[in-house]
Design a binder for this molecule. Sequence first.
Ligand code: 5GP
Ligand code: ZN
Length: 115
Amino acid sequence: MSHDPNCIFCRIAAGEIPAQKVHEDDELIAFKDIRPAAPVHLLIIPREHIATLADAEPRHQALLGRMALLAPQLAREHGADNGLRTVINTGPDGGQEVYHLHMHVMGGPRPWKQG
Ligand code: 5GP
Ligand code: ZN
């Protein structure tokens, strides 16, 4: 499985950088966003280093499906039971800052910060 030693999310996945992890399994990790834009703001990442959604391949189909299914489950577990927002920023024009595929999971009572 590809691991980029210079990638902050690979380092979080490897336990080299601390994060408030809320889920771990053989393929996925989820942790709290360090700058939450909503009362609940989690990031779901694959353990494998995939830089962006545009770099995902057909073999990642089930992995992407698992990310989508995990989002409402984690939102509920964190008390966001009135809806949620999922976002995957992709590339420069998508506003992506960290180049390791991640799904934002945001929820909780509004108003939220701009994000
Ligand atoms: P992007 O703009 O790439 O979609 O979002 C990257 C997200 O990662 C941002 O919301 C940012 O707050 C979060 N983030 C960046 N570095 C870290 C970190 O070291 N730890 C955690 N927990 N979140 C981070
Ligand atoms: Zn990475």
